[in-house]
Design a protein around this ligand. Structure first.
Ligand code: SF4
Length: 140
């Protein structure tokens, strides 16, 4: 970094203007980089907090191994469902995606599970956007 050579001071004639400008420019870049990194860190923390705040208090992700999802051959990745014949069928375009009791709820991006929404077939438990089950019914 910025070091004075032996017998050199800021007032020394040996300390050229170009050298000073180069070192000043490097110092400015380093400072700008540090500030940018700290801003990015702050923003990513703020985004993580916002994502967490979107999670409903009663959030529960349906597990394919549980009785109802299992009976309906629910899978979290539609392309892995052997019984699926319509290659365009996904939870996100199913009429029951976003149905929670009598309410309609919006999809949100879970920080760990990705886009999810409540499924009317699974009593409001959440399913993955790209999932599928035998209860799929095209959204109108
Ligand atoms: S009923 Fe629809 S939204 Fe629910 S798991 Fe089956 S395909 Fe997905």
């Amino acid at each position: 970094m910025f070091q004075l050579k032996k017998n050199q001071s800021l007032n020394s004639k040996k300390f050229s203007r170009r050298e000073l400008l180069n070192k000043g420019a490097k110092l400015s870049l380093l400072t700008a980089g540090t500030l940018l990194l700290s801003q990015m860190s702050y923003l990513s923390r703020a985004m993580a907090e916002k994502a967490k705040s979107l999670i409903p208090k009663d959030f529960k992700l349906a597990k394919p191994s549980e009785p109802t999802p299992k009976a309906l051959q629910y899978v979290e990745v539609a392309s892995k469902a052997a019984a699926r014949t319509d290659k365009k069928a996904f939870c996100h375009n199913c009429a029951l995606y976003g149905v929670k009791g009598a309410d309609k709820v919006k999809e949100f991006k879970h920080p760990k599970h990705g886009p999810v929404n409540a499924c009317g077939m699974f009593g409001g438990e959440y399913v993955k956007s790209n999932g599928w089950c035998m209860g799929w019914n095209k959204k109108s």
